[in-house]
Design a protein around this ligand. Structure first.
Ligand code: PLP
Length: 516
């Protein structure tokens, strides 16, 4: 009786606390950071560009934070510029360096596993004439340094290589990269967003010219980034206007966010001290998952020195990540697919593809990323749910394959078609006939309008977002929910005959319920 009682209590405690295993996407703000930001918001509204005391105190806080950031990365404070995010930092460097060197020198060498804030900026620079080459990586995402040596030449003005990958956690050998760069007079940009707070960072020892950082990956606030520019390395600002940040980044500073970033960096040593515990939790997780699904494939390097302690990329053959993520979300567990599928697109991860995974394997891969407070209990709960799912003990949402979605289903009076596509996609493509369009960001505001007794057929562009919403609807008591696998994108391709004939017919835009 007592044992049952305790098990019940544990169950209650468990369900009161979601299991967040997506710390590479973002982290919660720590208490220390929140306190410092509160104080700054309360007491330091002054514009640091003004001259009176109220303003000077704000300026002082900014410089204090700059010191905290520079200490965490082993730089001089004069080498740190605050930006709005790491996306801005990466854009600023790539565009500035290209403007400086091109067309005198023509080439940037990068890796095919960079974050989109680098990949898309490089694609833009290519449209401006810059030659961009991507050095291949191996099956664990490690940069092939011998190939890099071949690719970098005297026409190369920049090598762009991340310190650690957001999807797999693979750590690149930046010292080796800078050595190759220096032999040819090329500069180096290192995206260190995922590395800060997880492994020691020493931008001087690594000898990189530029490095980008973001506060929200280490328990700081969103909307604040930093850029390291080595003393003497060329840099022209992306934003012109005011003289803030020594004239290198115009715009009134977001003081509370800067303070938050500084406060987060004060805790870096504490975060680094967690690495051993986090690694051992990751090992436990890998062992359990290998027992549950012996054919699973670990995509992250398994050697400690080659991988972030908190990150695991794992493929479950035969188990689509969209369904798995939706089911985990239904049980209060957040993981990531490591691809754009969460935004509704059906694009397999470019990182996994560069490592040699097929599109299908990439769609069967999830990324699990721990935080400092992830517990063994969280791992036990998560692995139990995964086991129940894989062994068929959890009720799935129904899935319909695009080829099966025919006229009979589309026009069945007992089927209610729910379109959860983002507005952008609706502008590009007409949707299923008889669909009811809702804003996917506020699904809870349409629940009263959905028929409880009909089959609800949910679709999005790629089948990822809709499966999450399908599980949500099940959790809200809708018994008969079906998700369109592969989404509208797949259906358009496989049933182009029906798309041509019926798309966009009789569509209803639902109005969300008002909130008080
Ligand atoms: N670089 C990497 C490796 C990232 O993981 C991220 C965020 O996910 C970024 C850059 C962009 O950071 P921000 O959100 O500050 O723009």
């Amino acid at each position: 009786m007592e044992i049952k009682y305790f098990a019940f209590l544990k169950h209650l405690i468990r369900f009161n606390r979601p299991v967040y295993l997506d710390h590479n996407a973002t982290t919660p703000v720590s208490n220390h950071v929140r306190r410092k930001m509160d104080q700054a918001l309360k007491n330091n509204f002054g514009n640091s560009s003004s001259l009176y005391g109220i303003a000077r105190r704000s300026a002082g806080l900014i410089e204090q934070s700059r010191e905290h950031v520079s200490q965490a990365i082993h730089a001089d404070p004069s080498e740190v510029i605050f930006t709005a995010c790491a996306t801005e930092s990466n854009n600023a460097v790539l565009k500035s360096v290209a403007a400086q060197f091109y067309p005198r020198k023509k080439k940037i060498v990068s890796t095919p596993t960079e974050h989109p804030s680098v990949m898309k900026t490089l694609a833009y620079l290519e449209t401006q004439g810059v030659l961009v080459e991507y050095c291949p990586v191996d099956d664990k995402g490690r940069l092939l340094l011998a190939e890099l040596e071949q690719q970098v030449d005297d026409d190369t003005f920049l090598i762009c290589c991340m310190a650690a990958n957001n999807e797999t956690g693979v750590i690149q050998d930046l010292k080796a990269v800078t050595k190759i760069a220096k032999q040819h007079g090329a500069l180096v940009l290192a995206d260190c967003v995922q590395a800060l707070g997880k492994i020691p960072i020493d931008v001087h020892a690594w000898d990189v010219d530029y490095a980008s950082f973001s506060a929200h990956k280490l328990y700081g606030p969103k909307g604040i980034g930093a850029l390291y520019v080595k003393q003497g390395s060329p840099f022209t600002p992306l934003l012109h206007g005011g003289h803030q940040e020594s004239g290198l980044r115009a715009g009134t500073e977001s003081i509370h966010n800067i303070v938050g970033f500084g406060a987060a960096c004060q805790e870096v040593d504490k975060l680094l001290a967690h690495a051993g515990r986090t690694r051992s939790l990751k090992q436990q997780l890998i062992q359990r998952l290998k027992q549950i699904k012996p054919d699973c494939v670990i995509n992250s390097p398994e050697t400690d020195s080659e991988c972030l302690p908190n990150t695991l990329s794992i493929t479950f053959p035969g188990v689509e990540n969209a369904g798995l993520m939706g089911m985990l979300d239904y049980r209060g567990i957040a993981v990531s697919a490591g691809s754009a599928c969460s935004t509704g697109e059906d694009t397999p991860s470019h990182v996994l593809k560069a490592m040699g995974l097929s599109d299908q394997a990439a769609r069967e891969t999830v990324r699990i990323s721990f935080g400092h407070d992830t517990s063994a209990q969280d791992i036990r709960y998560m692995t139990q749910v995964v086991q129940d799912y894989i062994e068929g003990r959890i009720s799935f949402v129904n899935m319909i394959a695009p080829a099966q979605l025919n006229e009979t289903i589309l026009f069945d009076k007992q089927t209610y078609i729910l379109d959860v596509r983002p507005p952008d996609d609706r502008k590009k493509y007409m949707g299923l006939p008889n669909a009811h369009e809702v804003n996917p960001l506020f699904v809870e505001r349409y629940l009263k309008q959905l028929p409880p007794d009909k089959q609800i057929l949910v679709y999005c562009p790629g089948g990822g977002l809709s499966v999450m919403i399908s599980y949500y609807l099940k959790a809200k008591g809708f018994k008969n929910v079906t998700n369109l696998r592969g989404g509208l994108d797949d259906w358009r391709k496989r049933r182009s005959d029906l798309y041509e004939k019926y798309a966009g017919q009789n569509v209803t835009l639902l109005e969300p319920d008002k909130v008080d």
